[in-house]
Design a protein around this ligand. Structure first.
Ligand code: BG6
Length: 290
């Protein structure tokens, strides 16, 4: 597409040395990198930044950006048999193709695409299915993320929109909407639950909830509604102090300032798409008054 013909409020820029779209409208400011089709910043008008981006995030080809919204595909973590790399799949490690940029009132809609050959070139030894991906990012007062899998042959894949949400302090943050759901606790390895009351944080938290729908994060300063469609699970992750200290792209004290809420189709709830069909995994984030 012609990047010199962009609608008002959208500019093609280099951000941290990589190509990106910068959005500045009455509804929001935002940055979306072509690398990983990664939304790295979104600040709705009148709000503090909604997404957490590590100040030590690495921006370079072949590397995942720590923060914002990484896309995990076609496997999650090391995959269902635990033997795949790179972690969370190759699509967050490579540049996607910008296909379309539209302005609709105060909303900006960016569409990206990634073909199987390009994704395969990142991890040639790993199994990558015959699928094309498109990703529509709508940036306004709400953030709407829609990842569509276009199956060229029967596909059985994992996927997640791995959103890092900025919070005042994870220790005083809660997530409502998962009450009653069972979950895999990846810290202990146990199938656990049901979840009693809101999710609160008192240590490393890495859970795959058997639930998909709308949850609400409250950190005392702001309430964020996170809605999921087309997935089977909700992943909640915070590394806490010890694990954060071992991560090279995160300051040691940064673990207090984010929680990941991930719209996911992973483990025993993958996305199965017959040849010729498509499936969309969607997450919407809506800041509401406390
Ligand atoms: C979460 C996983 O989704 O992502 C965690 O549940 C993992 O187990 C975390 O540690 C971060 O993964 P990565 O590969 O971005 O460091």
């Amino acid at each position: 597409m012609d990047l010199t013909q962009l609608p008002a409020g959208v500019t093609a820029v280099a951000d941290h040395g990589l190509p990106a779209f910068a959005v500045d409208t009455p509804a929001c400011t935002a940055t979306v990198h072509l690398h990983g089709a990664h939304v790295t910043a979104w600040t709705p008008e009148g709000s503090a930044p909604v997404l957490y981006l590590s100040p030590e995030a690495r921006f370079s080809p072949g590397t995942a950006i720590r923060g914002g919204v990484p896309i995990c595909f076609p496997w999650f973590g090391p995959g269902r048999d635990g033997d795949l790399s790179p972690s969370h799949g190759p699509v967050r490690l490579t540049e996607w193709e910008p296909l379309d940029v539209q302005r609709d009132g105060d909303d900006v809609r960016l569409t990206f695409g990634l073909t199987a050959p390009v994704a395969r070139s990142i991890a040639p030894d790993a199994p990558y299915p015959a699928v094309g991906l498109s990703y529509v990012v709508t940036l306004g007062r709400e953030l709407d993320l829609a990842l569509t899998i276009h199956a060229l042959a029967d596909a059985d894949v994992e996927a997640a929109l791995h959103t890092y949400l900025a919070v005042e302090d994870v220790r005083t943050t809660s997530i409502a909407g998962l009450e009653g759901a069972s979950y895999l606790d990846k810290v202990t390895g146990d199938e656990t639950g049901p979840q009693e009351g809101a999710v609160r944080f008192a240590g490393e938290t890495d859970r795959v909830y058997d639930a998909s729908g709308t949850v609400a994060l409250d950190d005392g300063a702001r309430r964020l509604e996170v809605s999921s469609e087309g997935g089977t699970k909700t992943v909640v992750w915070n590394p806490w102090s010890e694990k954060a200290a071992s991560m090279g792209d995160l300051p040691d004290d940064a673990w207090t300032r984010f929680v990941c809420i991930e719209t996911a189709a992973v483990h025993d709830g993958p996305i199965v798409v017959p040849a010729g069909a498509q499936h969309t995994l969607r997450q919407r984030i809506n800041p509401t008054a406390v």
